[in-house]
Design a protein around this ligand. Structure first.
Ligand code: SAH
Length: 483
């Protein structure tokens, strides 16, 4: 058996938007992912569902796996021939013990690659509006750990730091505030030297505290400062209130789970990220195309589509059967809403009907009003409202299932989620199966049928988009918490 390869990957400071392109590439091909506690849920969610996912970080009382055991684990997996991604918070070589893991790989002749990451030492202050260097204020940056294997920072190192006159960044320092302040002041730092702490920087849980060396110990205690936090000392800390760019993003404090299928996440995630949300792409369902033989297409008066996936599957079948779109002849085309309509337009079909309210009931009612027979292309387990409405109004229709939705197992359980976004009843069912224990503080549903399913499955605080569009779904979050 050939030896696998190991990628030592920097996962960045938390926000998956700050993961590098290269990191994403190697993560998507991983067979085994070994990750630390500081890796964000949004990053973890990008690993392939088939990958084995091993948590070696400490969490809520459980002890972390000792470093030597982590190294042994990486080596074992690689020697077994697997592609291993070792995911570390921030950058792997900055207080990440990445070097020790490389030594272990070298000792066993295992091929490896290092993928640099965005370090929290710079990114966390940055997201609190603090540039680590600034003309006239700081010309150098010194990153130190407040904890070493032996304990705190040695006295002579404080002497050296005091002479540098640059920005000091302390990692692993949330519990060493008193020591940092007293050591620096005893070496001549003025009590009014600006100081800042940024807790869980770049994530929806980011909190920043600004003060001075003289008052920081009390302030940090009132604030309840907890790790992970970056502690920063230097004149640049005073810029935080002036450069508070993140404060302008309306969804900066929202961690949002997007449950729709992976190939449909892009636009919604982008809209959310543009508004500052921490997005976890957590597809709970996938569409599995069926090899249905398409019926003749020129028999019915109307052809109805209820999802962009349905449109895609229809064209895939048409091509697979060696047929083409001219067979539609004079049949009229109906789409349930704008996304389905856009998928049709992309393929040269302009829908003749989109109901005013984008759901099955209204599509059914409109079709009944127009009259004529209907051929529906949709999911095998599509919601019954459309067909019930047609049946109730005596419309002559045929239904052709083109795909089925499959529930996906969750590779890990996300924590601290503020809102879950549902774009169909099947995403609600998928979510309940994937995350049975997760209490979503806010369930945002694209339409009433989705909301009804959320209610049926016991979700709380259910909100429905004004219209069934992604824009209005996102608006629920924008309005949340506003008077
Ligand atoms: N390799 C990492 C640092 C690992 S040491 C990096 O480059 O970022 C762990 C320390 O990093 C924590 O104690 C904390 O000081 C800091 N840290 C990591 N992620 C952080 C975040 N999102 N916000 C604030 N501090 C963070």
């Amino acid at each position: 058996m050939s030896v696998g390869k190991v990628w030592l990957v920097g996962a960045g400071p938390g926000d998956p938007g700050l993961l590098t392109c290269r990191a994403r590439e190697v993560l998507e091909r991983a067979e085994v992912v070994i990750f630390d506690r500081l890796v964000g849920d949004g990053v973890l969610a990008l690993m392939p569902r088939a990958a084995r996912c091993i948590d070696v970080g400490k969490e809520g009382g459980r002890h972390p796996v000792p470093q030597r055991e982590i190294e042994a684990l990486i080596v074992r997996e690689a020697l077994d021939g697997r592609n291993v991604v070792r995911l570390k918070g921030g950058d792997p070589f900055l207080f990440g013990r990445g070097g020790e893991e490389v030594e272990a790989l070298l000792a066993h002749g295992i091929p490896y690659e290092v993928v640099p990451g965005v370090t929290s030492a710079v990114a966390a202050p940055e997201c609190a509006g603090i540039p680590v260097t600034h003309r006239g204020l700081a010309n150098s940056l010194h990153i130190v750990t407040a904890h070493t294997k032996e304990g705190g920072i040695a006295a002579q190192d404080y002497d050296a730091l005091a002479r540098l006159n640059g920005t000091l960044v302390f990692l692993m320092g949330a519990t060493a505030i008193a020591e940092i302040c007293s050591q620096l002041m005893s070496r001549g730092f003025a009590a009014d030297t600006p100081m800042a702490a940024v807790e869980r920087g770049t994530t929806a849980r980011q909190r920043a505290l600004v003060g001075t060396l003289g008052d920081f110990e009390r302030k940090a205690s009132d604030f309840g400062l907890r790790p992970p936090a970056v502690i920063l000392v230097g004149a640049v800390a005073a810029l935080a209130s002036q450069f508070a760019w993140r404060q302008t993003l309306p969804l900066r404090d929202k961690k949002v789970l997007v449950t729709r299928p992976a190939n449909r996440q892009g636009r919604l995630s982008r809209m959310l990220r543009d508004l500052g949300a921490e997005v976890v792409e957590f597809p709970c369902i996938a569409a599995v195309p069926l090899e249905t033989k398409l019926p003749p297409l020129d028999v019915h008066d109307w052809i109805g589509f209820t999802s962009a996936t349905g449109v895609e599957c229809f064209f895939a079948r048409l091509t697979a059967e060696g047929r083409d779109v001219r067979e539609l002849g004079s049949a009229k085309i109906a789409a349930v809403g704008p996304a389905t309509a856009a998928a049709l337009r992309e393929r040269g079909l302009r829908p003749d009907l989109i109901p005013a309210v984008y759901d099955g009931v209204h599509l059914g009612a409109e079709l009944a009003k127009r009259g004529g027979s209907v051929l529906l292309f949709r999911a095998l387990d599509g919601s019954p409202e459309l067909t019930e409405t047609l049946r109730g109004r005596g419309v002559d229709f045929d239904e052709v299932p083109l795909y089925r939705t499959e529930t996906l197992a969750a590779p890990f359980q996300p924590a601290d989620v503020d809102a879950v976004l549902f774009t169909s009843a099947s995403t609600v069912r998928g979510f309940k199966k994937a995350c049975p224990g997760l209490e979503a503080p806010l369930a945002c549903c694209i339409g009433v049928q989705t909301a009804r399913e959320a209610e049926r499955l016991g979700l709380k605080n259910i909100r429905v988009a004004a219209r069934a569009t992604l824009e209005d779904l996102v608006n629920i979050l924008k309005e949340d918490g506003q008077p």
